[in-house]
Design a protein around this ligand. Structure first.
Ligand SMILES: N[C@@H](CCC(=O)N[C@@H](CS)C(=O)NCC(=O)O)C(=O)O
Length: 221
């Protein structure tokens, strides 16, 4: 098997999903942290979209980018190693992927908010409200899904899946930005979801990948 390296960034919820999946499965990998907006970034060498995470191989296998696709790679290529992270039932699989798409989209909205907040006088309150609304919509939707599964720990099929990993990575991002910027306030209104988030955060794979904000010190390259 080729040696795996994940091109990552310390606050990235997308890369965190991939790290958690590989840790859960006991896959060996290296991490190479970058700031993808700085001039020294190597991300564009591997992904024409200039975004990370990117999964790199040392045996000439083409890089895999887009975090959802990296999850698919991990789940399918390492199907027989560790927890499967994807149920066998097709409908449950779609549900997992749907929840992942929703959580990833909410991370995109947080990112757009972050950049908008840096635009000084050009900031659009309407645009910010729109992105924030998406974040809250997804928090509410996750809370509802969580309530539907009742006492089960996980969102789909009573087992840890890519859906929980994506939901946990999104909530981890919200937690980080709430602490840093105070613009997402959700915990009082969603105690069940907080309990779910805390349950996930207790897992060694989540503990080991806690997001850390970086400082963007250069003009965007
Ligand atoms: N849909 C992508 C989103 C990845 C993403 O937005 N990554 C950020 C870092 S957290 C990035 O590299 N941004 C650089 C850019 O937008 O140009 C995925 O799931 O992998």
């Amino acid at each position: 098997m080729a040696k795996l390296t994940l091109l990552s960034a310390t606050p990235s919820p997308y890369a965190r999903k991939n790290c958690i999946a590989m840790l859960e499965k006991g896959i060996e990998f290296d991490i190479r942290n970058e700031i993808p907006w700085h001039a020294a970034t190597e991300t564009p060498k591997y992904n024409p979209l200039e975004k990370l995470p990117v999964l790199l191989f040392d045996d000439g296998t083409p890089p895999v980018y887009e975090s959802w696709l990296i999850q698919e790679y991990i789940v399918t290529k390492y199907a027989h190693q560790g927890p499967r992270l994807m149920p066998s039932n097709i409908d449950a699989q779609f549900l997992c992927r749907q929840i992942q798409a929703m959580a990833d989209g909410a991370c995109d909205a947080v990112g757009l908010l972050f950049w908008e907040q840096g635009r000084g006088k050009m900031r659009s309150p309407e645009w910010e409200a729109r992105q924030l609304r998406k974040v809250y919509n997804v928090i509410t939707a996750l809370d509802e899904k969580r309530k539907k599964v009742g006492n089960g720990e996980f969102l789909v099929a009573n087992e840890l899946t890519i859906a929980d990993i994506a939901a946990g990575a999104f909530l981890g991002l919200v937690d980080l930005v709430e602490w840093k910027y105070g613009f997402v306030v959700w915990k009082e209104k969603h105690p069940d979801l907080v309990a779910y988030f805390e349950m996930l955060e207790e897992r060694p794979s989540f503990k080991k990948t806690k997001p850390v904000m970086f400082e963007i010190t250069e003009k965007v390259a």
